[in-house]
Design a binder for this molecule. Structure first.
Ligand code: IVH
Length: 704
């Protein structure tokens, strides 16, 4: 988690002066609507280099240096703030945080009794002034002393209601940002109106907030992180209005956590409504544990965070700590590694997947993001490329966090040189040359899954599907080239002679492969369904379908309405699955003829339509009705099981497998190295067992 990347060293006063100029320019662009030539990481590094040089040469600090200024001194405005809107100091590691906390405690002369730990939202600070419960004015942070009036944005920001639940006069401070979804929706609208796409959600929010009189509106989201008394709220002298706002009096005495609860009660959106709610913590170790938890959840969040803010929670601690010119002394930002970088789009590859989908993939100038080198990123589908207005040679903002697949957010349009070239779309299937079915957003080879037989067969024989050992991709290529296999079912009718006729195929490997194929005939229906590669279904959906219908006959007999009875299949997906199954009819017939199992052990088919549902039938098994989450490494009897096999086991024993812990979770199986899921289960008071206890609980359901 240590994100303290190397700080460049400035050689001399001239280099320092240049660095200050660059930083000022970048900050100006950043705060003026989002066209900074530097990504956050590069800007931070420049700032650190400047600060390091200034520490060595305190007598030569330039008055325009950004280091001691809110917004790097770049922003301004003409609406005075009631109280300074400050920035935050940063720490980049646990050690730095601990020493920051110690210095705060030395300053106040006692330990901080309680901390508040919350996500650092990656957007822009605004102050929202409510008068008698009505949103009257919106002001940007500006230079911290005065900001710009952006009241025109009222009504376009989710979570910032025009009326509070009580008629109070208060100022709410918080962050405005675009969620990933809002950003994805906003750029195409902007491009359609002749604008240049915004490079990332933060820039999009900055530009959108300040833009007046646009012919279109796009949505943003607000998160409150502070509540302040406002003139007339009863805390200021001379307030005798008796307008019911007196409740705001004493706000300055509330703990930060209480303020946030108050904001939420007033109807404002706060981090409480997210997967990473602000929490309080006692000791600094507890703070660090929560920091790690929030960091672990970052990649899954539907909005950007660039760190975690740690604040002294109690009002007395904050008051006594005070503030410097740029930042308070009672709060600090624990910065997380940058997950966005600017790099160049070199080319676009078109790959055909196992179901025949033709997917574009961006080839990038390699760039290091969050500890790994990124060379490829997904581009979703052709219309997405058009909507994003991407061009070859463009500088693009690339996002990658945790294990997620890197994605191109948008081009950095102002870095265009005019040399950029349009991205060519394929005329015919790049795999087989057939026609392309362009009827849906995602293009597909007209031959569907037959186009890329090697890919679909490789998937079908994989460990979590039919699990046929000894059938690697090169062997499949041989079989396909020799025309021995034209679909999945052909694997089950391969003869000894045919296999022996292949190159590099001896007697032993042939017999082993035939034995593996024989075993694969006995796999449960869920595995067979998954191996068929039905669009819109993966492993867990295949299991649900198999458990619901119990037999392939019942699955094939289902119409769209019956298909929707399966949990997680909605009106949109159901007809696609039914159509895909019909398309696969001939292959399924061949599989049946080849003796492949078509039933799901332990499942009973649903009653025929029109009959009374059997309500007495409860799900049987030791985990009946329980939602179970598995985390950490399995040991003992469960050691050899993949996650998929664990999930199968849970579902066979009557439970529901899930990947995330929530209030609805009934049981968490936590093995060695279990991390945030275990902590969350403990916090929610959910029953925890180790793999050994779980194996005992499963009893007869354990695989032999
Ligand atoms: S507290 C005086 N809490 O980060 C305290 N700020 O880098 C300053 N930010 O200007 C604000 N999430 O725009 C606070 N949970 C949070 C925040 C947060 C994001 C922003 C805010 C601030 C900037 C400083």
């Amino acid at each position: 988690m240590d994100t303290m990347t190397t700080t460049p060293v400035l050689a001399d006063a001239a280099a320092y002066a240049r660095a200050v100029e660059d930083a000022k320019q970048a900050a100006a662009a950043y705060y003026a609507g989002g066209t900074s030539p530097l990504d956050d990481d590069a800007y931070d590094r420049l700032g650190r280099a400047i600060a390091a040089w200034e520490a060595e040469h305190p007598d030569q600090v330039r008055p325009d240096s950004p280091t001691d200024k809110v917004a790097g001194g770049a922003a301004s405005g003409d609406v005075p703030h009631t109280r300074q809107m400050l920035s935050l100091d940063n720490v980049f590691s646990a050690e730095q945080f601990t020493s920051w906390a110690a210095s705060l405690e030395r300053r106040i002369g006692r330990s901080v009794e309680r901390w508040s730990v919350e996500p650092k939202l990656d957007g822009l600070a605004i102050a929202a002034r409510y008068e008698r419960g009505r949103l009257a004015r919106l002001i940007t942070r500006g230079d911290g002393t005065a900001g710009e009036d952006v009241s025109h944005a009222i009504g376009t920001i989710v979570g910032l209601p025009e009326r509070l639940t009580e008629p109070v006069t208060v100022e709410i401070r918080g962050e405005v940002l675009m969620t990933t979804e809002q950003f994805e929706a906003a750029n195409p609208i902007r491009v359609a109106h002749g604008g240049e796409p915004f490079a990332n959600p933060r820039n999009a929010a900055a530009g959108t907030l300040r833009a007046k009189d646009r012919p279109y509106t796009v949505e943003m989201t607000f998160f409150a992180y502070d509540v302040l008394p406002l003139n007339g709220s009863g805390t200021e002298a001379g307030d005798e209005s008796g307008d019911g706002a007196g409740d705001a009096a004493g706000l300055d005495e509330l703990a930060h956590s209480e303020l946030i609860a108050r904001a939420a009660a007033l109807g404002l959106h706060t981090s409480r409504a997210t997967a990473v709610p602000g929490r309080t913590a006692g000791a600094t170790e507890e703070v660090l544990a929560r920091v790690a938890e929030i960091a672990a959840l970052r990649a899954e969040l539907p909005f950007g965070i660039d760190g975690i803010v740690v604040k002294a929670d109690l009002a007395a601690d904050r008051r006594e700590a005070g503030a410097g010119s740029r930042a308070p002394r009672w709060a600090v930002a624990y910065k997380l590694p940058a997950v966005e970088k600017v790099t160049r789009l070199l080319s676009v590859e078109w790959n055909v997947g196992r179901t025949g989908i033709i997917a574009p993939r961006a080839v990038l100038e390699p760039v290091e993001i969050d500890g790994s080198t990124v060379t490829y990123a997904t581009l979703h589908n052709p219309s997405d490329i058009t909507r994003r207005d991407l061009r070859l040679g463009d500088h693009v903002m690339v996002y990658k966090a945790g294990d997620i697949i890197p994605r191109v957010e948008a081009p950095v349009a102002h870095l265009r040189t005019g040399e950029e070239q349009p991205i060519g779309f394929p005329e015919s299937c790049p795999q087989c040359g057939s026609e392309i079915d362009r009827s849906e957003q995602r293009w597909r080879c007209a031959r569907g899954r037959d186009c890329h037989l090697v890919a679909s067969l490789s998937y079908a024989v994989g460990r979590d599907q039919l699990d046929i050992e000894g059938l690697g991709a090169s062997r499949i290529v041989q079989l396909v080239d020799a025309a021995l296999v034209v679909d999945l079912a052909d694997l089950f009718t391969l003869t000894r002679e045919q296999l022996l006729g292949l190159e590099r195929m001896g007697e032993t490997s042939t017999d082993n492969l035939l034995a593996a194929i024989a075993t694969a005939r006995t796999r449960p229906l869920a595995r067979v369904l998954c191996a068929l590669g039905i669009r819109g279904t993966g492993r867990s959906m295949s299991r649900r379908i198999a458990r619901h219908f119990a037999t392939m006959d019942a699955v094939r007999a289902a119409d769209a309405e019956a298909m929707q009875q399966v949990e997680g299949i909605g009106a949109e997906k159901a007809p696609v699955i039914v159509a895909e199954l019909a398309e696969l009819g001939a292959v399924v017939d061949k599989l049946v003829a080849a003796g492949v199992n078509m039933t799901e052990p332990g499942a009973t088919p649903p009653p025929p339509p029109g009959t009374e549902p059997d309500t007495t039938e409860a799900v049987a098994g030791p985990l009946a009705g329980l939602s179970v989450v598995v985390t950490g490494a399995m040991t003992g009897a469960l050691e050899a099981l993949s996650r998929n096999q664990m999930n199968e086991l849970i579902e066979r024993a009557g439970g529901k497998s899930s990947s995330s812990v929530s209030k609805r979770t009934g049981l968490v199986v936590a093995g060695e190295k279990a991390g945030s899921k275990r902590t969350k289960a403990e916090e929610l008071g959910i029953r925890l067992v180790d793999p050994e206890e779980f194996a005992v609980l499963l009893g007869d359901f354990l695989p032999v």
